[in-house]
Design a protein around this ligand. Sequence first.
Ligand code: PLP
Length: 396
Amino acid sequence: MDIQLASRVSALTPSSTLAITAKAKAMKAEGIDVIGLGAGEPDFNTPQHIIDAAIESMNKGLTKYTATGGLPELKKAIINKFMQDQHIEYKPFEIIVTNGAKHALYTLFQVILNEGDEVIIPIPYWVSYPEQVKLAGGQPIYIIGEEINNFKITPEQLKASITEKTKAIIINSPSNPTGMLYTRDELSKLGEICLEHNVLIISDEIYEKLTYGEHKHISIAEISPELKAQTIIINGVSKSHSMTGWRIGYAAGNSEIIKAMTDLASHSTSNPTTPSQYGAIAAYNGSQEPVETMREAFENRLNVIYDKLIQIPGVTCLKPQGAFYLFPNVKEAAINCGYQSVDELAAALLAEANVAVIPGSGFGAEDYIRLSYATSLDLLEKAVSRIAEFIENKLN
Ligand SMILES: Cc1ncc(COP(=O)(O)O)c(C=O)c1O
């Protein structure tokens, strides 16, 4: 059969993160001792009380469709979380529970964008933002978050990139891939410009719970009632509670937007998976101790491997403040080792040093690589030693 795919998917770039991870898995299956630093998910098990709650719900027969926007008890748990963590109040009709945070973003772009509407995306960006915007007919407008400014954009840059077509901006703090956080003051200044030009703020807070040292997450929506009204928060339990496979995320904000998202979801997914919703209720209503235990483990790993990483010749790296990624600049190392690009270096690291890293080109920043420290300290130390040895051998 001669199949002609829709033009909207022919331009789609597959996720570079998933591509490298798949290649590393295939090498592993062949018996090669590959260490994968590509993972975008915590390596811990989902806390037991969450698993138990989901099993209990299924044993009780709670396995049917739910309301499209999520179980009322789950919305209540999310509302309580916002009250506790951000001191902001949402009503149930201002929240939609979705099949992961990715699906919340996807649905959001589908309901707010018309053909040609512009969405400002700071570079480095999470790989799915540009593709999701384009799938909804939107136009990504990139602003480079310079390394000298901790990969964050400035109010001046934002002002200069706003046009009549600007519909929204994405703020991802803590950031994937850089691990950097915006401060309250920085968010206030960016927010002021968004209010002035009526730009919707999409605040992706999925790494909220993973912050280190003195750095603390601030949501732009908690700064003022005006900014809360201008913001859609995206969050979920995937990273905070190690529940990536459960597929529970949510969006909170303007009720008209949330209603449109719910109407769209009613024709696409019907509802987020029911047992997962019961798990997510337990995640938010139960003890938060496992969340803190996982955070501490990530922070410990970061401190150990960061010091080793920055000793590698030609590698520089800002110390991440959150999430579970390191985003070193390896341009000099790549050139000194005889490669034309960091992409080539990343390919060689996988093929010759058996370490899988994600090239920064997938995040719009081609001089960098992303290393995930969502793996055991033992393997991390081994992986960084392999990278160091590989680069040092090439230099000699
Ligand atoms: C910045 C960012 N936003 C959203 C998501 C999606 O999260 P979920 O697994 O809940 O769909 C991810 C996952 O990698 C992410 O890194």
